[in-house]
Design a protein around this ligand. Structure first.
Ligand SMILES: Cc1cc2nc3c(=O)[nH]c(=O)nc-3n(C[C@H](O)[C@H](O)[C@H](O)COP(=O)(O)OP(=O)(O)OC[C@H]3O[C@@H](n4cnc5c(N)ncnc54)[C@H](O)[C@@H]3O)c2cc1C
Length: 404
């Protein structure tokens, strides 16, 4: 069986591994000069492969897509992903938050060992092949150094990714190609993304790139502890990403969303009030807040942004402001800087084996499918699991055909 896999990210390479291990003739095409660039970037801040929480809670992280993904994740569970990484010589550990990382933290040693295995299994990788769809004979069409290349295959696996960080190769140009073939695709949207806020010029110039450490963010009854980063256009970072799906949806529906920042989440309102009750003497409010509550300049100035230039000298009011600084978000930051993509090939447009209903023998896997999840290893886990599911289903259908 000759299989063309398009997209050499973690999804495409995992499908290639499963298929080639069973003897399929596999070629992986990618538009970039080298493979898995997003996986390598993902490893820059510590490659979070998966999560160790109980399975039911794990599956629930995929929201509306959870019922469809559950059997797929059961068939290639976090434990299987950990065993796979360890089989490639990359032992893992569970971080304090329950997230699972390779001990090496980076993706590069894992990718090196993986590519060696794929080569041994006969997988051919063709970089610099940009896919443009199918020709009138149903052959796959690629552009390679100005030339058009036509490829025939018994089956095709599309693993083209979403549209975040497009400079790494995933640009979402496949959306129009598939829609033209009658495949339903939900618009691609930023997920795990930042948001825009109308900072004053002074705040923006002074604090762009400054982290707000050890804060809690709240929106619609959900509170997340962590860190955020002030950007020129607004705010991003781990704690923001965790609320990004709800924030994006509020902005879509109502045009506004207010993110509440607790600048001292480890202290109760009463504790803050008690500290503010100390005599201030001749100190400026900013200095007083730095000394009594360890509020960094960015935090003090965020209070000025959210509650007015002149900070209240009334302790109960100031305590309330410190425990709840409202940031008015004006929009979603562009998808280019988002960690992942929401939207994609509608789950109704694929069968239970992830084959496109409109195009027999063409499968879609990974982030190009319409599911989203927070950061925490859920993105890679679902990418790998959907790739395994499609590859196994393809092998099963081939065996079925051969036995008839
Ligand atoms: C900064 C950052 C950090 C991240 N950290 C983590 C993390 O720690 N844990 C986690 O779980 N997830 C993380 N992610 C997300 C994770 O990297 C992605 O979910 C994952 O890479 C998706 O895999 P994929 O194979 O579906 O798509 P991709 O990795 O995007 O691969 C798709 C491939 O298809 C190729 N392609 C696209 N269009 C074409 C075309 N027309 N022709 C030919 N080739 C094409 C691209 O060049 C690319 O190589 C992170 C993402 C970013 C941006």
């Amino acid at each position: 069986m000759k299989v063309a896999i398009i997209g050499a990210g973690p999804g495409g390479l995992m499908a290639a591994e499963v298929l080639s291990a069973a003897g399929a003739d596999v070629t992986v095409y990618d538009r970039m000069p080298s493979v898995a660039r997003k996986l390598l970037i993902a490893g820059r801040g510590g490659l979070n492969l998966t999560h160790s929480e109980p399975f039911e809670r794990f599956v629930a992280r995929y929201g509306a897509a959870a019922p469809r993904l559950k059997p797929i994740l059961e068939a290639f569970a976090p434990s299987a992903l950990i065993a796979w990484a360890e089989g490639l010589g990359q032992p893992t550990f569970v971080g304090t938050s329950g997230r699972v990382f390779p001990k090496a933290m980076k993706a590069s040693p894992l990718l090196r060992a993986w590519l060696t295995r794929l080569e041994r299994q006969g997988v051919v990788i063709k970089p610099r092949h940009e896919w443009h769809g199918w020709d009138e004979h149903g052959r796959l069409l690629f552009a390679q150094s100005g030339e058009t290349v036509h490829v025939t295959a018994d089956a095709t696996i599309l693993a083209l990714g979403g549209a975040s960080w497009p400079k790494l190769g995933s640009t979402g140009t496949w959306v129009d190609v598939l829609r033209a073939r009658g495949v339903a695709v939900t618009p691609l949207r930023p997920a795990n993304c930042g948001f825009t806020a109308a900072w004053s010029e002074t705040f923006r110039d002074r604090f762009e790139g400054t982290p707000l450490k050890n804060i809690a963010l709240s929106f619609h009854g959900e509170t997340v502890r962590g860190e955020a980063l002030i950007t020129r256009a607004g705010i991003e970072g781990g704690a923001v990403y965790a609320l990004s799906s709800a924030l994006r949806s509020a902005l879509d529906h109502t045009g506004h969303a207010t993110l509440m920042v607790d600048l001292r989440p480890d202290l109760s309102h009463a504790d803050v009030l008690a500290k503010l009750a100390r005599p201030r003497g001749s100190e400026t409010v900013a200095n007083f807040l730095r000394k009594t509550l360890a509020l960094a300049p960015v935090a003090v100035n965020l209070l000025r942004e959210t509650h007015g230039k002149d900070l209240s000298l009334d302790a109960p009011t100031l305590a309330r402001h410190i425990k709840g600084a409202p940031i008015t978000l004006t929009g979603t930051a562009p998808i280019d800087r988002a960690i992942s993509t929401a939207g994609g090939v509608a789950l109704d447009a694929v069968d239970e084996n992830l084959m496109l209903k409109a195009m027999p023998n063409v499968y879609a896997v990974g982030e190009m499918l319409d599911w989203e999840a927070p950061t925490g290893g859920y993105l890679l886990q679902a990418t790998f699991a959907t790739a395994v599911a499609a590859a196994r289903a393809l092998l099963a259908s081939e065996r079925h055909t051969a036995s008839r």
